[in-house]
Design a protein around this ligand. Structure first.
Ligand code: GLV
Length: 306
């Protein structure tokens, strides 16, 4: 196993020694004989990495999103890529979205502004059962969020790229159902991967389909959003607030108008982060099942981009 990661390299090495003690872990670039490496765990690999790993059999992505991996020009086309699906990453994403959904639904952003002005006013609140949350990107993360929201009595609808039933959920798909989906979403949560099709899918035209005074939460990828269109919708008040964890350019440039926009909450791409102990258990399980002839789990389809 080869690991190309960040400052958390030691945490990964420790987690692998717990989850799969027999696995030899080497850190890029100090790999020793590179022909001995057959699995790689990667995030933002240096382009030359793939030219030097002739016996690689599988790539595990450190992140849930694989856009940075797929953008790598010399990624070998034949290699299976396994997406990261682990319980802590899912839980973190659910927490992040719930936090902002509850804030907007319970008008905490308005009460925060009132507090600054020492203004006492009881605002009318609506019940969760009257609020529809639209989740764009209805895979593992979106469905986990949907289950928690349903337990809190929110109405939940999902949107995905292609058809596919999700038990107990109303699911929209394809571009011709996007308008109807957005038209029903009082709070729109985007958990979409970055693909050619999703770029700038949220723009002034699609934002105009939201109910007036809707809220938008983006915890997927920044290139889903045309930020100019988003600012316009916020300025006109058609969008009442936004919580953004991802941006067209990261770090968000100092001069971005979003930093100072009222009712916009900004976080630096921290909605959820892969947790090495649970991630290593997932990888160890995938490797041992694969050795028994089972297919790799959560395989990326490079053609569709996730
Ligand atoms: C983070 O952005 C991830 O893809 O996990």
């Amino acid at each position: 196993m080869l690991l190309k990661t960040d400052a958390r390299a030691q945490a990964w090495v420790d987690a692998f020694s717990m989850a799969m003690p027999e696995l030899e872990v080497r850190l890029w670039p100090e790999t020793g004989d590179r022909s001995e490496i057959n699995c790689a765990l990667l995030w933002g690999p240096p382009p030359e990495l793939f030219d030097q790993l002739d016996n690689l059999e599988v790539i595990f992505s450190i992140g849930a999103g694989v856009d940075s991996l797929l953008a790598c020009p010399n990624l070998p086309a034949h290699l299976p890529i396994v997406r990261m699906v682990e319980s802590e990453l899912t839980a973190g994403m659910v927490e992040f979205c719930l936090f902002h959904i509850l804030r907007f639904h319970r008008l905490m952003h308005l009460f925060e502004n009132h507090r600054v002005r020492r203004h006492w006013e009881e605002l009318t609140q609506v019940s969760a059962s009257e609020v529809t949350v639209g989740i764009m990107g209805f895979g593992v993360l979106g469905q986990a969020l949907a289950r928690q929201l349903s337990a809190l009595r929110y109405r939940v609808i999902g949107y995905r790229r292609g058809p596919g039933e999700v038990e107990g959920m109303e699911v929209f798909y394809g571009t011709n159902q996007l308008e109807e989906f957005m038209g029903r979403s009082d709070i729109l949560v985007a958990l979409m991967p970055s693909t050619l099709e999703t770029k700038k899918m949220i723009n002034s035209r699609t934002l105009s389909w939201l109910p007036s005074g809707a809220y938008f939460i983006n915890a997927g990828r920044g290139d889903l959003v045309d930020e100019e269109g988003l600012v316009e919708a916020l300025d006109h008040g058609s969008l009442a607030g936004a919580a953004l964890d991802v941006f067209e350019t990261e770090p968000l440039p100092q001069e971005s108008i979003l930093w100072a926009h009222p009712n916009v909450y900004i976080t630096p791409h921290i909605a959820s982060i892969t947790h090495p102990p649970t991630a290593c258990r997932y990888i160890a399980d995938a490797i041992s099942r694969h050795r028994q002839g089972e297919p790799w789990p959560h395989l990326v389809e490079t053609g569709r981009g996730y």
